[in-house]
Design a protein around this ligand. Structure first.
Ligand code: ADP
Ligand code: ZN
Ligand code: ZN
Length: 731
């Protein structure tokens, strides 16, 4: 009888299937969940064992041998492994790629599961009592002095003391003056004596009461209302009971100040995870979380995949932030998968924000999540006044009105900072009349038409309708029909012309691409050496600008006119966020919003800082329009260097979808494929196809049937295509 072990391996390849291999005898025991190295074509790949079986559909003699077994224990607990499998199913993404995304780079490369932890060095008693001379050993001398005055030094600290620190240290160790310490002793944490207000106390009590079981809380509190203090308080309890906490923050929110704040308050058993750490550093943090050495993991989006030995709590700070959604590869939303993880691990999860997402607020309204409110700022400080500049009466020139320019000039005189905010979120060119506010609408659906510069045509990205773009406004006959959002491109230049002696700092993706550049620009901003800050949504996140007393929002209408149905939500959130982060306790400051619709109800709610009411009304609109979260979207995208090929592929997808048995289900809608709003990008022509459904099961059943067919379709090889379940951007 044949007793060959056969394993199914999930590999990081874009195919939604596993691959069978033989395990040669003598290679060691295999288990589900461990890494193996296997031959794949002419390459070798690292994959994860997903099944152990005694037979394969492929004849035994054609199966290839596993080359190497990399682990002796599964990487994930069975709970986490099942959860990762669920993620692959939900996002219709290959399991091998999901597992690969979840793993730290070091493990993808085949390094050991357990990272080598940092060794620390300290002076021995003998060392303290010694009085060496070190006449001809300057590095030894420097190390000796450093260790004399400090309890511990890490290798990176020692490396600063001289190139030859390793041999110098070796001599000190040989003399018995220095010793190695493995884990840094927990530094005692410092607890300030804050007196929590009633709402904070209530929030802490509610969350504490549900430790040990699943519950999802939305902690809704304006910036500075003490949300972080609430997290810290609960985390201390979690750690006190021997458990661990996972805290996710937006990409830009993970600043050295925040890390320091957590370190000071929780002690040093903190593992930090974000993309600018080295592979080794990330591996170390990940490993410390997995083996329980770290009590708290503080990280950005992908830290949601970090295994914890004793999970106790998950916190998502600024949960509305778009950086939690990955926009390429596995298009997951870290908040959404974190909620599922909390459920499966039976622990509470806290979603904190000054402007919670509509998805979370809808879940509160349906009693799926519990709402915790923090309505006041313990340290006082008022919210800024919000005023509007009516662009129908006050003309703009290259993006700015006289009113705004005068307001900036006034701040320059009083040596206060101005922040000019450009809203590019959800940007897609729509045509609009700057004289009357008319905009190009689809005759067939309730959406805006998008202006395609390539052929000067207007298109509906819902139904595919095409129109030539008008020379004149159909409403007022003015010839001021322009694509919205133009003119703000050159805003920085315009500011430099107007204020040649001012120090202008621009903060956006382009100006902060190099490592450390963002930090440097932000520190200029917060230190007050900059006079005018110009920037995009990057400015609306996680930073306090105490010297800013004027916030100018130059193209607020972008949010009202956007083809993205989420644009008003983003706009409102962003204005509230920048407004909340500026101004001092003594001078609350002003926000100037330029718009052709100052009477729009959104703006009066914004003026009252009434986010709750805004969400209520806007959610009703969404329900009426059958937009998420009341219906579920899936966006298929395809792109090609040749025009039309993406559309052709999606046309095939549409036909297959319509022919499938699940398509006849009620509430399932398959739109026509359309060119993407920004059709040509990086030399590729992009197209998209929207599928929507009232309930999720038929939608996922449809995709289960459709995706394998697309994968094996002839055209699939001629395009790059992807599936975005619950897309956050509609282009
Ligand atoms: P958020 O996370 O909501 O922006 P923080 O927790 O950072 O708010 O609190 C803002 C500031 O107020 C911090 O300096 C914090 O230490 C302080 N603070 C929070 N709660 C209290 C309190 N109950 N009494 C005094 N100061 C507080
Ligand atoms: Zn007009
Ligand atoms: Zn239409």
């Amino acid at each position: 009888m044949d007793t060959t072990t056969i394993i199914a391996v999930a590999l990081p390849v874009p195919l939604r299937r596993s691959f069978d291999f033989k395990v040669p005898s003598g290679l060691g025991p295999v288990r589900v969940g461990i890494r193996v190295r296997v031959p794949f074509g002419r390459r070798r790949l690292i994959g994860i064992v997903v099944n152990i079986k005694d037979s394969s559909d492929i004849p035994l003699q054609r199966l290839r041998d596993v080359a190497e077994i990399l682990d002796s224990e599964p990487i994930y607990s069975s709970t986490l492994f099942d959860w990762l499998q669920w993620i692959a199913d939900y996002y219709h993404h290959p399991l091998g790629e999901v597992l690969n995304t979840a793993l730290p780079v070091a493990l993808r490369q085949g390094r050991f599961l357990h990272a080598k932890q940092i060794l620390y060095y300290r002076m021995t008693r003998l060392g303290h009592e010694a009085h060496p001379e070190f006449n001809r050993a300057p590095v030894q001398k420097r190390i000796w002095h450093a260790l004399h005055s400090r309890p511990l030094l890490s290798p990176s600290q020692l490396a600063e003391l001289g190139k030859s620190w390793r041999s110098a240290l070796g001599k000190l160790i040989d003399n018995g003056w220095v010793e190695i310490v493995k884990v840094p002793p927990t530094s005692p944490s410092q607890e300030p004596h804050l007196k929590f207000n009633r709402e904070q106390t209530q929030a802490v009590e509610s969350i504490s009461a549900s430790l040990g079981s699943y519950k999802c809380f939305v902690l809704f509190g304006i910036t500075g209302s003490g949300k972080t203090e609430v997290y810290l308080q609960v985390i201390r309890q979690v750690i006190g009971s021997g458990k661990q906490a996972l805290v996710l923050v937006p990409e830009i929110g993970l600043t050295p100040q925040l890390v320091k704040r957590f370190e000071q308050r929780i002690g040093s058993r903190l593992a930090v995870l974000h993309s600018s750490l080295s592979t080794t550093e990330r591996h170390r943090s990940w490993s410390a979380a997995r083996d329980g050495t770290a009590s708290i993991v503080l990280g950005t989006r992908s830290a949601v995949f970090t295994p914890l030995l004793n999970p106790g709590l998950i916190v998502i700070d600024e949960e509305h932030d778009l950086s939690f959604k990955q926009q390429e590869g596995l298009r997951y939303h870290a908040r959404d998968v974190a909620v599922l993880r909390a459920k499966r691990e039976s622990i509470p999860i806290v979603l904190g924000s000054a402007t919670p997402s509509f998805e979370s607020m809808a879940n509160v309204a349906q009693s799926r999540y519990d709402l915790l409110r923090l309505g006041a700022r313990p340290l006082g400080a008022h919210l800024p006044r919000i005023d509007y500049v009516d662009l129908r009466r006050i003309p703009v020139e290259q993006g700015m009105s006289r009113t705004l320019i005068d307001a900036i000039a006034k701040r320059l005189n009083t040596k206060e900072q101005s922040l000019i905010f450009i809203n590019r979120r959800g940007y897609a060119p729509v045509l609009f009349c700057s004289a009357c506010g008319w905009q190009a609408q689809c005759k067939r659906c309730d959406t805006k038409l998008i202006y395609h510069r390539i052929d000067r045509k207007l298109r509906c990205h819902h139904c595919g309708l095409e129109d030539p773009s008008p020379e004149q406004c159909p409403d007022c006959a003015a010839t001021s029909v322009v694509p919205l959002g133009e003119g703000t491109q050159r805003l920085e230049d315009r500011l430099r012309q107007l204020f040649p002696s001012a120090n202008i700092v621009r903060i956006d993706r382009d100006s902060t691409r190099r490592k450390g550049e963002l930090e440097q620009r932000l520190s200029q901003a917060t230190a007050g050496t900059a006079d005018i800050l110009v920037g995009t949504q990057l400015l609306a996140k996680g930073h306090h600008f105490p010297m800013v007393t004027l916030v100018g929002v130059v193209d607020a209408d972008q949010g009202l006119y956007s083809v993205d149905f989420r644009a008003t939500e983003y706009l409102f959130q962003q204005i509230m966020q920048v407004a909340g982060r500026s101004g001092r306790a003594t001078s609350p400051g002003q926000v100037l919003v330029q718009t052709v619709h100052p009477d729009h109800f959104h703006f009066s709610l914004l003026q009252n800082h009434d986010y709750t009411r805004f969400v209520e009304i806007a959610l009703k609109e969404r329900e009426r329009a059958q937009h998420p979260p009341f219906t579920h979207f899936v966006l298929l995208r395809a792109e090609s260097t040749k025009t039309g090929v993406g559309l052709l592929f999606l046309e095939e997808a549409r036909k297959l979808a319509i022919a499938s048995k699940d398509c006849r289900q009620k509430g399932l809608q398959i739109m026509d494929p359309v060119p993407s709003p920004m059709e040509k990008r990086a030399g590729r022509y992009r197209a998209q196809l929207l599928i929507s459904s009232h309930s999720r099961p038929p939608l996922h059943a449809l995709l289960d049937e459709l995706v394998p067919r697309l994968e094996s379709h002839d055209l699939a090889r001629r395009v790059r295509w992807s599936i975005d379940v619950d897309p956050m951007e509609m282009y």
